[in-house]
Design a protein around this ligand. Structure first.
Ligand SMILES: [Zn+2]
Length: 408
């Protein structure tokens, strides 16, 4: 297939926007440049529309999308205990499938082609079947919750062995599916896991397993972690050997300088969810400082009840504006913000060889925008238009692994 006459934001470092053609063969980008159609090759004329790499959504919960608008104006621990855990516990196969289907439809309309999620304690296989029916790339974890305390609905938690068995059964069935699905371990957060389970997960991480969890999100959660472990959140994760290049930590809002050093030394990835951090009153992650220290960062929306939009354009804009508030007006330019949702997000998830930039050999994951709307600023750069002014209404096509999930 030949996409003709587009303005490409390749997100390759140092590359400027340029008008050219893009050829796709066998789900991959085969060539970029001034190209002539081969005999019989399908062509799509894009008339100057703008293409960027497909968005990489670093932290989300497909199982929560049905609960949008049902958990409002609560701090994190109350939000989980009184609303989210009981709602998750009420899921059945049909509701899990519906929640996943709604999420995937929203991703298709908003440019997401790869994502990383933590699902509930049970039923993740139904979510995986819905993902498998799309061409998207996903790293999925079941929640590991093995502390059967009064804060959970009766029957929500499992034993440590059941928790590990659930993930390992998913790995046996789904890891490597079409080269695009990976199963991670998803300890829900420190407060949901026994020390025995955390130690076993640390051993698996040291042997190469991927860990996806929440960390240092809200002051109330931090106080509970310090009361239980006698140390700060990231220090406790380090003690259980849970930091490392295959670990992704959602939030990292309240991280002191020593914890920041631990993240840098271990090359742990940060999954930044600016809208959710605002809505739950958690705080603002110091993304500008993290980037200066060389941390890998992906952007995420988190679940629909914590955000109410699963929209990477909202997260791009929020991420850029918040860093200007805390680190000055020059912090996180539009181009840098777009990189977090594409190239840097892919790197943070360990997908940098596969997606995140538009280059020959990479997966054909891309978003087509119509940025000719004068309300976006006629003389503005495409990065500025896309990050500060555009909405999903300006997305006119989305391709995941060479298939249109929103037809251009
Ligand atoms: Zn989350």
């Amino acid at each position: 297939m030949l996409l003709r006459g587009a303005t490409l934001l390749t997100m390759v470092p140092g590359a400027s926007p340029r008008r050219c053609d893009l050829r796709i063969i066998d789900r991959r980008i085969a060539a970029i440049g001034e190209l002539t159609a081969e005999p019989g090759e399908a062509q799509v004329e894009l008339n100057g529309r703008t293409i960027c790499p497909g968005f990489v959504q670093g932290h989300v919960h497909l199982c929560q999308t049905l609960f949008r608008g049902q958990a409002e104006d609560l701090p994190l621990l109350d939000w989980l205990q009184t609303r989210i855990w009981p709602l998750e516990h009420g899921h059945d196969q049909a509701s899990l499938r519906k929640s996943a289907e709604l999420t995937l439809r929203e991703f298709a309309c908003s440019g997401v082609t790869s994502f990383q999620s933590i699902e509930s304690v049970r039923g993740t296989r139904y979510i995986l079947e819905e993902i498998a029916a799309t061409p998207m790339r996903a790293i999925v974890a079941a929640s590991l919750v093995d502390l059967d305390e009064a804060i959970y609905p009766p029957g929500f938690a499992s034993s440590s062995q059941e928790a590990l068995d659930e993930t390992e059964a998913l790995q046996a069935d789904w890891d490597g599916f079409e080269g695009r699905i990976e199963i991670a371990y998803g300890p829900r957060f420190l407060l949901s896991c026994s020390e025995d389970l955390l130690r076993q997960l640390g051993q698996r991480r040291a042997a190469g397993a991927r860990i996806h969890t929440h960390a240092s999100e809200h002051p109330g959660e931090l106080a509970a972690v310090e009361a239980r472990f006698g140390k700060r959140y990231i220090e406790a994760l380090a003690d259980f050997d849970l930091l490392g290049p295959s670990t992704g930590l959602a939030h990292c809002v309240h991280v002191d300088p020593h914890e920041e050093d631990l993240l840098v030394q271990s090359d742990t990835a940060v999954l930044h969810c600016p809208s959710t951090n605002l809505k739950l009153g958690s705080g603002i992650a110091r993304v500008h400082d993290f980037l200066r220290r060389g941390l890998r960062i992906a952007l995420g929306s988190d679940g629909a009840p914590a955000n109410n939009r699963l929209d990477m354009l909202t997260e791009l804009r929020s991420a850029a504006l918040l860093q200007k508030l805390v680190a000055g007006e020059a912090a996180l330019s539009a181009e840098d913000a777009l990189a977090l949702a594409t190239r840097e997000g892919a790197r943070a998830l360990g997908l940098g060889d596969e997606c995140g930039t538009l280059e020959p050999g990479k997966s054909a994951d891309l978003v087509v925008f119509d940025l000719e709307d004068p309300l976006l600023g006629e003389e503005a750069s495409p990065y500025t238009k896309l990050v500060y002014a555009a909405s999903r209404a300006h997305i006119t096509g989305v391709m995941a692994r060479g298939e249109w999930i929103l037809p251009a």
